[in-house]
Design a protein around this ligand. Structure first.
Ligand code: SAM
Ligand code: DTB
Ligand code: SF4
Length: 362
């Protein structure tokens, strides 16, 4: 059972333990609650890029910073469906659609997003969205469309939040999470390390997340990707030791949660990532792009899985499929349409070939 009364002092004590003790404790808890050889694979899709009115100091998509990213209008439902099919063929069980919005506005664009959710759901994949702030009614509409998870990060501690973002407050973030909780959509909420915050702030963020009741079903741990043109362009990269401590502490205080290695994996060695999986990370973002910045090559990730003996988690393995789409409705139920990684007796080499083929065809 998860505890919902962690204090900052307790969390700091865990975070600062001798590393071997911390890793052993986290790995032991991880094994009690999860299969240590299964890792969820999620693909990010930026459905609306750039031009955001907010001032998040880390974000290349904020209109006020002069970054090199190419902004786009909302993608079409067909474009999204095509990308989701590609992600599925590459072994992903979840698509996470991100929009550079402060909040969702009712109207044609939101209707299109609801249609995207329905169409990815029909592919028998979990669908996640991260669209900024939501009202209770918008959360309900997403739930009715079959949304599986909503990502809305607290990013850091309440105290440090004001140093990073001025255009909205911590309370606004908590309110959206609460609106999502009123539905059957699962909550994905985590944060970023390496923004100049203290260890106290990291512990503060973990207090805020772990005292939510229920705790978030998934917690992404991002290492800042310092992007030229943003106020954080000069931040020092986080070391693997900090990442490991953060992952292990998250695992200990939120034992049932899926802990996701998110932004920053391009700077992590395979050995470093293996240590993170040992310490309790059990989800990654796959695909050579996050939202706007690079991510490790899919083939490299597949080789890493093979080397470490990891298997990708199947869709809907953790929670019942949302009721709005029945199994009969799903057009992609046949064994052949299942991701190659999750077919019995698969050969990863075959999958590598399929990857090369998709790339050449694209
Ligand atoms: N606009 C929506 C929002 O802010 O909730 C959704 C998209 S936003 C890009 C999603 C998350 O990406 C942010 O909350 C932040 O945690 C993460 N993120 C953005 N830029 C990042 C960066 N440069 N490095 C690491 N994480 C980043
Ligand atoms: C999350 O915590 N990390 C992802 C996802 N949720 C939406 C986003 C990372 C973005 C990194 C910067 C970029 O690519 O623009
Ligand atoms: Fe906008 Fe989200 Fe980026 Fe903040 S993190 S600037 S809200 S896209």
């Amino acid at each position: 059972m998860a505890r919902h009364n962690w204090t900052k002092e307790e969390i700091l004590e865990i975070y600062n333990k001798p590393l071997m003790e911390l890793l052993y404790e986290a790995a032991t808890i991880h094994r009690k609650h999860h299969d240590p050889n299964t890792v969820q694979v999620s693909t990010l899709l930026s459905i609306k890029t750039g031009g955001c009115p907010e001032d998040c100091g880390y974000c290349p998509q904020a209109a006020r910073y002069h970054t090199d990213i190419e902004g786009n209008d909302l993608m079409s439902v067909n474009q999204v469906k095509a990308q989701a099919l590609r992600a599925k063929a590459a072994g992903s069980s979840r698509v996470c659609m991100g929009a550079a919005w402060r909040n969702v506005k009712d109207g044609r664009e939101f209707d299109n997003v609801l249609e995207m959710v329905r169409s990815i759901n029909k592919l028998d994949m979990e669908v996640c969205c991260t669209l900024g702030m939501l009202t209770e009614n918008q959360a309900k509409r997403l739930a009715e469309a079959g949304l599986y998870a909503y990502n809305h990060n607290l990013d850091t501690s309440e105290e440090y939040y004001k140093e990073v973002i001025s255009t909205r407050g911590y309370e606004d973030r908590l309110k959206t999470i609460d609106n999502v909780r009123k539905t059957n959509v699962t909550v994905c909420s985590g944060g970023i390390i390496g923004m100049g915050e203290s260890i106290d702030d990291r512990a503060g963020m973990l207090v805020a997340l772990s005292t939510l009741n229920p705790q978030p079903e998934s917690v992404p741990i991002n290492a800042l990707v310092p992007v030229e043109g943003t106020p954080m362009e000069e931040e020092e990269p986080v070391s693997i030791w900090e990442m490991l401590r953060m992952v292990a502490t998250t695992r200990i205080v939120m034992p049932e949660t899926q802990v996701r290695l998110s932004a920053g994996r391009t700077k992590m060695s395979r050995e470093g990532q293996a240590m993170c999986f040992f310490a309790g990370a059990n989800s990654i973002f796959a695909g050579d792009k996050l939202l706007t910045t690079p991510n490790p090559d899919v083939n490299e990730d597949m080789e890493m899985f093979k080397q470490l003996g990891l298997n990708p988690q199947k869709a809907f393995e953790k929670k019942e499929k949302p009721e709005s789409v029945s199994a009969e409705e799903s057009q992609y139920q046949s064994q052949d349409e299942k991701p190659k990684w999750s077919r019995p007796g698969h050969k990863i080499e075959r999958n590598l070939e399929a990857q090369q083929k998709t790339k050449t065809e694209a």
